[in-house]
Ligand binder design. Structure first.
Ligand code: ZN
Length: 493
């Protein structure tokens, strides 16, 4: 019995397997919540809760932090965010791969891949402060921290994107970035692979990233190449981090294309060597297929391509590109050109690489889900339960405690989230109650929008947002500002 335990709490969860998010062994005990915080843990038999839940041995962990999302507009358009809260996600990091809703003024449909997040000019915000203000006024069910996208900056500052930015354009972009950081943006993302940013030389990114270190912000990158030149892209990423003196996160790390299968041995060794000299993080999703816009010239060595949406042929969503091409009597490139603007799923990775990257001790779990797709990649609804069900329970890739750490404490540390990603008195009550024996992803490539099994209760800032298979309708999420984050240390690791 804990003599320091409070007499009363808003909620007591009893008989839980408490997994604290640090990777430490779980402990049997109770947990109390009052207001938006955890107030006590341990033997709370003397504490009376206004509400009580018997976990009956099920697990309670910190709410999962989705380290890599494109939820920027979904947070406003679909604030209940069922695709994420149904997985136990309580905080998302938005603005990835160079794409953000702000700051950008445009009078036309933005180029791909910006249209994955917003296709109408009116859906963008000129001022990052207004974007965060919109989230404050009409809050989502979960918390968010949001980055500025380099491609969004380029679209707003340049008349043509197929060249390096001029010194004047870099000054304009950097001024807008600095203003967004002041408003609370947490970092700068790039999508150097994509056409709007592909012509940007390394020095352009370094010039912009130099604004990050003084503000205590982070840099994330969808690298220039994840196929044959993945090693060169890692070197470029390390060089940008070093030159700008900033923490870098490598987004959705992969080695794509059959000829690159097995190269995660080489890439993880490179990351390991670089980590000894500078702060570098990485994230990954637990699937051998990726998803992005459909580009007739870039299939990234995929063995199979599934259409996720098409403006020209909406009925193609969910169909195989090979079948469509056969039906139309043309090749993949011609079919893709006719389907555009469109998105697709690409089967392009090796299961052994996926496992090796997931098992690397510094890899965070990030869904990279695309919430506006008609027939999305199943990662949008399945990433976190797939790691806990398939990769922990069925494959035995790592322990449950270690898996939870990669979705909570590790991620909170990388992004500087204070008092989140951990179970301890005083921390925010972002919580998941789940059954380790039953948790499973149920979203598939055929039926991608199916909620997971085994997630019984999800709380954000002390309020239940998901209970027994449905959203409660509560929207206690917060748009967390850079100024509320811990400054990332510039030391290695
Ligand atoms: Zn990306």
């Amino acid at each position: 019995m804990d003599r320091n335990a409070p007499e009363r709490a808003d909620l007591v969860i009893r008989n839980a397997r408490l997994i604290d998010g640090t990777g430490a062994p779980s402990m049997r005990g109770d947990l109390a919540v009052t207001g938006d915080r955890i107030t006590a843990m341990g033997d709370l038999s003397r504490t009376r809760g206004a509400a009580e839940v018997d976990a009956d041995g099920r697990a309670v962990s910190p709410g999962f932090i989705d380290s890599h999302t494109h939820d920027d507009r979904a947070l406003l358009a679909d604030p209940l965010m069922r695709c994420k809260i149904s997985q136990g996600v309580t905080t998302v990091i938005a603005g990835n791969c160079g794409v953000s809703l702000a700051p950008l003024v445009t009078d036309r449909r933005p180029p791909p891949p910006l249209d994955l997040v917003a296709a109408e000019p009116g859906q963008f915000f000129a001022d990052f402060r207004d974007y965060l203000g919109a989230l404050d006024r009409d809050p989502p069910a979960l918390n968010a921290i949001c980055q500025v996208g380099h491609s969004s900056l380029r679209v707003g500052a340049m008349d043509s994107l197929d060249r390096p930015a001029t010194a004047a354009e870099i000054r304009l972009m950097r001024g807008r970035l600095e203003k967004a950081l002041e408003a609370g943006a947490c970092g700068l993302s790039t999508g150097l692979f994509y056409r709007p940013a592909n012509a940007a030389p390394t020095e352009e990114i370094v010039e912009l990233a130099r604004a990050l270190a003084p503000a205590g912000a982070i840099h994330t990158t969808h690298m220039r190449d994840e196929t044959d030149h993945v090693a060169d892209s890692l070197e470029e990423t390390f060089a940008i981090g070093k030159a700008a003196g900033v923490r870098v996160v490598i987004s959705h790390h992969k080695c794509a294309g059959k000829q690159n299968f097995g190269r995660s041995r080489e890439t993880l060794a490179m990351i390991g060597r670089a980590r000894a000299e500078q702060p570098i993080g990485l994230d990954a999703y637990p699937y051998v297929a990726g998803s992005t816009v459909l580009d007739p010239e870039r299939f990234m060595g995929a063995s199979r391509v599934l259409i996720t949406w098409s403006e020209a042929h909406p009925d193609a969503a969910g169909r195989d590109l090979a079948d469509i091409a056969a039906e139309w009597g043309c090749d993949w490139a011609e079919a893709a050109a006719r389907l555009r603007p469109a998105g697709a799923i690409y089967f392009m990775m090796d299961e052994a690489d996926v496992r090796r990257i997931l098992a690397y001790p510094h890899t965070m779990i990030g869904s990279d889900g695309l919430p506006h797709d008609t027939h999305p990649h199943p990662r949008l609804w399945g990433t976190f339960p797939r790691v806990l069900g398939h990769y922990v329970r069925e494959v035995g890739l790592f322990s449950l405690e270690e898996a939870v750490r990669r979705m909570t404490g590790l991620t909170a540390g990388q992004f500087g989230l204070k008092d989140r990603g951990v179970l301890r008195p005083g921390a925010y009550a972002d919580l998941v109650l789940f059954d380790p024996g039953r948790i499973a992803d149920r979203s598939t490539f055929e039926q991608p929008m199916t909620p997971a099994a085994g997630i019984d209760l999800v709380m954000v800032n002390g309020r239940a947002v998901w209970r027994d298979g449905t959203a409660t309708g509560e929207r206690p999420g917060r748009a967390i500002r850079l100024q509320e984050l811990a400054r990332p240390s510039s030391a290695p690791a």
